[in-house]
Design a protein around this ligand. Structure first.
Ligand code: B1M
Length: 212
């Protein structure tokens, strides 16, 4: 079994204590950090999601797999990051109200930080008021980035973007959205300025939005 397959299996089984060590070993053996992330961890979470959908596993197993992945990402982070300076300005990121998924949002935050932004991460299940309040405390913010990872929280994303679109400061910022159920069409329909599919393209999009 390759090291990357071993990592995938450890994530699937939720072996948080062993994942960090396996990721470090993979790096020491010369595996590409992005391959470890994509093929070792993100693909493993897709397997976990599929098993959940088929009623082979339940929420606790999804949770331990998520914890294991987070441990792996902690070890991987320095190898994916490029030494951010925050020179591109501030970006507020949040998972919208009602949604507790944060792995994807955290990866997006990490890649955007690596691209040179100062990231203010408000976490998960974030109400609209908290985002607006955070912007008012940081009026030099350039972008608000929002994740929704459930079809049932797409309306929450819509409401959050609508609320931002009604704020006086809207023309001073860009709003970007993403997450597994989100499409470019939905992003356009709800009035966001940008949509991207994954963490790497989110970083590219953030840079494009501030230079537009
Ligand atoms: Co949840 N869950 N979950 N879950 N969970 C999914 C999302 C699901 C697809 C599983 C399935 O049924 N196959 C399903 C959603 C189905 C749907 O939407 N219709 C689901 C469900 C149903 C639920 C609950 C309702 C289960 C229940 O309680 N009965 C519940 C909801 C809780 C809530 O949020 N209110 C729930 C709970 C949980 C846990 C808490 C146990 C745990 C999350 C722990 C955590 O995040 N700390 C969990 C997990 C782990 C998953 C799966 C297995 C993995 C999610 C993940 O981390 N993926 C997931 C199945 C799956 O994804 N295939 C599933 C890896 C991550 C890197 O991908 O999050 O898509 P992702 O992020 C990507 C892109 O989407 C994109 O970039 C990221 C990196 O490439 N992206 C952006 C994300 N944000 C972006 C923002 C951008 C741009 C791109 O710009 C701003």
């Amino acid at each position: 079994m390759s090291k990357i397959q071993e990592i995938a299996e450890l994530v699937e089984k939720g072996k948080a204590k062993l994942v960090g060590k396996a990721v470090q070993e993979a790096i020491d053996e010369g595996c590409e950090p992005t391959a470890i992330l994509n093929e070792g961890m993100i693909d493993a979470m897709a397997v976990v999601g599929e098993r959940f959908k088929n009623n082979e596993i339940f929420v606790p197993e999804m949770l331990v797999a998520a914890r294991a992945m987070k441990k792996g990402v902690e070890v991987l982070k320095p190898y994916l990051a490029t030494g951010a300076t925050g020179a591109l300005g501030k970006l507020i990121i949040a998972t919208v109200a009602g949604d507790l998924h944060d792995i994807g949002k955290n990866l997006v935050a990490m890649m955007i930080e690596s691209a040179g932004f100062e990231v203010i991460d408000l976490g998960v299940d974030v109400p609209i008021e908290k985002i607006v309040e955070c912007y008012k405390e940081n009026p030099d913010t350039k972008i608000i980035a929002l994740s929704a990872l459930l079809t049932t929280t797409m309306p929450s994303l819509r409401d959050t973007v609508a609320a931002l679109n009604g704020e006086d400061f809207r023309s001073d910022i860009k709003v970007m959205v993403g997450g597994a159920p989100i499409t470019r069409e939905f992003a356009e329909e709800i009035g966001a300025d940008g949509y991207s599919e994954d963490a790497a393209s989110a970083a590219t999009l953030a840079k494009e939005l501030v230079s537009a």
